[in-house]
Design a protein around this ligand. Structure first.
Ligand code: MSP
Length: 701
């Protein structure tokens, strides 16, 4: 039963501390493709996305940018909204956590839990990671966050607690009864192991800053940002509203069918969220589906690493569908996938311009030329050949398999199967040579020509219908060129061979995927550089520094993030808590020009080994180095060419400032700084070195 059945799908709501990049676009595109397919199948689909705007991280980012949190959130949230419009994302709603409807709903949820006795007050003293907005059950002050590697901060405050610990057994029973709840399977195992290792109560309010939703009846506290954010999935469809229509909407759409998320936020969605819903007596989402990361230059694309690519860049040069197709086809869903401009252009040219583009353009052009733009009648008998039936059979097999693969989130394999049909039909056209058949006289040749072109056009129609959720713009155009009108109105349930109306008139035939020329890659790279240099919102305004390394494995919920209250007396605020981790807020410099130890600790100095060293073209002083710092190999540009020949550096240990904001020099990105003394009147650089042997990655303190 599909038609009319509701289908509610959500993306995570995006933090507004940074402009969107294609990592965010990826989650949104995946959900959009799923939502479009469901609509084509007749589901009453509700697709939600939005922005997560509260919390200490955003407050600090705003301060660093010289704005109020609201101004800051308004600006960045609108960038997300504009981008999604430009990307033609078919979301039904865009929720902002600063909207009254959300605040009301989140407070309502909090109140429900409180009234049911699942919330109590206690004191928390421990570590907090502002970047992940996560309570960390790690060692003492300054210990790194096990999720992202950034230094944690000590917090000590009176908080409200959610009795998460009483839900461990219920959660385990639930996972057992609903094996489809966490997907893929490997993630489910991680989640179950995490819960089995024991749950502690979760602090769900903060009182040391103001940027958040006030706790009902205790406005000195704001609701913990993850409790606030997770509740969006309910508040967007009406939870907490007094309006009857909104209440009905909630009854209708809740629970969500799919929460699509990145693997790093599984614990919040698969442990905290279901426990909160259980406590509130609300139905649980049917599934939480985790995808992998989009990597660029071999690490997770993220603003703090400075290795981001904007969706706009790809869209400007190759169009929306190029980005969508690449992400859905190239990335094996669930796993991490690399992004590169080279691979993007290659995929675009081979699969879209060559395969689909060519099939559409030559099939349709020949129908215009030889049949005056009217779909020809295929011969059922005389002019029929086994090759025609083979196409039909393959098309039927693709129809049968595509949906199943797609619905199992195997987008890459689903598209691969559709493209294998395209490949077969292109080969068929080459073998059948309709252009030669067209030159032959007689009824039979004419019938043969009609059969070939009908077969190709019908296969094209089938691929177009199947691929529509993945590449909606171009398939919409091809559908019109096939003379079929509005593709989104097509009922995908009915898709079968031989539905192309015989004698139907084609629309205007135009190329859909112009080939990308050699300059496309350069243009995109250039645009990225210009955007990085010119966009103020793009500059690092986050409260967090680049991570210490790539070592942490988000998505493996090994850290206990929930904290029970302690009996310890709260430490005086500001005396125990170290200063914010590498915040963009300037370090407090005292009158005598000294900085505190905490400020010094923000600088992450590490030992690295030079793996590659070479001159930078057109820059006398610069060398491009690739430095292994234990957790990753970094590209660093160093102004030491006057003192060191590149070949003398390879294999040498150096000291690198590992948590500097990346910057571009001569078009190359520098990710860190090599520490050197500046000697003599000419300021000759002298590299820091050690008398003893030191391991790669060692930290300097
Ligand atoms: N605000 C929280 C989510 C709250 S949901 C109740 C958050 N926001 S985020 O902006 O940091 O990330 C949101 C999502 O963006 C991630 O879960 C992931 O889906 C996506 N991605 C961000 N960077 C990404 C990549 N480099 N690759 C793939 N997806 C990425 O977490």
């Amino acid at each position: 039963m599909a038609k009319g059945q509701k289908f509610y799908i959500t993306t995570p709501i995006y933090y507004v501390n940074a402009r969107p990049h294609i990592g965010h676009a990826y989650t949104t595109i995946v959900c959009d493709a799923i939502a479009r397919r469901k609509r084509m199948l007749g589901f009453d689909t509700y697709f939600l996305t939005g922005t997560d705007e509260h919390g200490q991280k955003i407050e600090r980012s705003a301060t660093a940018a010289g704005k109020t949190p609201k101004q800051f959130a308004d600006e960045v949230s609108s960038l997300f909204r504009q981008l999604f419009e430009r990307m033609n994302i078919s979301n039904n709603d865009f929720i902002r956590t600063t909207e009254p409807r959300h605040q009301r709903g989140a407070q309502e949820l909090f109140r429900r839990l409180k009234d049911k006795g699942f919330i109590y007050k206690g004191t928390y003293t421990g570590q907090y990671c502002v970047y992940d907005e996560l309570y960390v059950d790690a060692a003492g002050p300054g210990a790194p966050c096990p999720e992202c590697g950034r230094p944690t901060e000590t917090v000590s405050e009176e908080n409200y607690y959610f009795k998460l610990s009483s839900f461990a057994d219920k959660l385990l029973d639930f996972y057992k009864e609903h094996p489809e709840f966490v997907r893929p399977e490997t993630r489910r195992n991680e989640v179950m192991a995490f819960v089995r290792s024991g749950l502690r109560d979760l602090s769900i309010s903060r009182s040391t800053f103001k940027w958040g939703i006030p706790v009902p009846r205790d406005p000195g506290h704001v609701i913990y940002v993850w409790f606030d954010a997770l509740s969006n999935y309910c508040t967007a469809v009406g939870l907490g509203s007094k309006d009857e229509a909104e209440q009905k909407k909630f009854e209708h759409y809740w629970p969500a069918d799919v929460h699509m998320i990145g693997k790093e936020i599984i614990r919040f969605h698969c442990v905290y969220w279901p426990a909160i819903l259980m406590a509130a007596d609300l139905p649980l989402p049917l599934s939480v589906v985790a995808h992998g990361w989009l990597l660029f230059e071999e690490s997770k694309m993220s603003k703090s690493r400075g290795n981001i690519v904007r969706a706009e860049t790809v869209i400007d040069v190759l169009g929306n569908d190029a980005l969508r197709y690449f992400l859905l086809r190239e990335v094996v869903f669930g796993q991490d996938g690399g992004f590169s401009f080279d691979a993007l252009v290659q995929r675009y040219n081979s699969d879209l311009a060559n395969d689909l583009g060519n099939l559409a353009s030559r099939t349709l052009t020949m129908i215009v030329r030889y049949f005056n733009g009217t779909v020809p009648y295929p011969s059922p008998t005389v002019a029929r050949m086994p090759a025609d039936d083979k196409i039909k059979e393959q098309a039927q097999a693709v129809i049968a398999g595509f949906g199943q693969l797609f619905d199992e989130y195997q987008f890459s394999r689903a598209l691969e199967s559709a493209w294998s049909l395209i490949g077969t039909v292109n080969k068929y056209l080459v073998e059948q040579e309709p252009w030669i058949v067209s030159e032959k006289e007689g009824e039979e040749s004419r019938a043969r020509l009609a059969t070939i072109l009908y077969t190709a056009a019908e296969a094209l129609r089938i691929v177009t219908a199947l691929a529509h959720p993945a590449i909606p713009e171009s398939t919409g155009k091809i559908w019109k060129q096939l003379g079929l009108g509005e593709i989104s109105k097509f009922d995908l349930n009915d898709l079968k061979w031989a539905q192309l109306p015989l004698g139907g008139k084609l629309g205007k035939v135009e190329p859909v995927f112009p080939r990308a020329d050699k300059t496309a890659i350069e243009r995109m790279q250039q645009m990225e550089q210009e955007r990085t240099a010119s966009t103020p919102a793009n500059k690092e305004t986050s409260a967090s520094a680049p991570p210490a390394g790539e070592g942490a494995q988000p998505g493996q919920p090994a850290t206990q993030a929930a904290h029970g209250p302690t009996e310890a007396a709260p430490a005086a605020r500001g005396t125990v808590a170290p200063a914010p981790a590498a915040t963009a807020t300037p370090a407090a410099i005292t009158k005598d020009g000294k900085i505190s130890i905490d400020d010094f600790l923000k600088v992450e100095l590490r030992v690295g080994e030079v793996k590659v060293a070479e001159k930078v073209k057109g820059a006398d002083k610069l060398l491009r180095l690739e430095v292994d710092i234990g957790t990753e190999v970094r590209q660093v540009l160093a102004g030491i060419a006057s003192a060191y020949a590149p070949e003398t550096l390879v294999g040498r240990k150096v000291v690198i400032v590992a948590n500097l904001q990346p910057r571009k020099l001569r078009g190359l990105e520098s990710n860190g700084m090599i520490v050197a003394a500046s000697a003599g009147p000419e300021d000759k650089p002298v590299l820091v070195s050690f008398l003893e042997d030191v391991p790669i990655g060692a930290k300097l303190k």
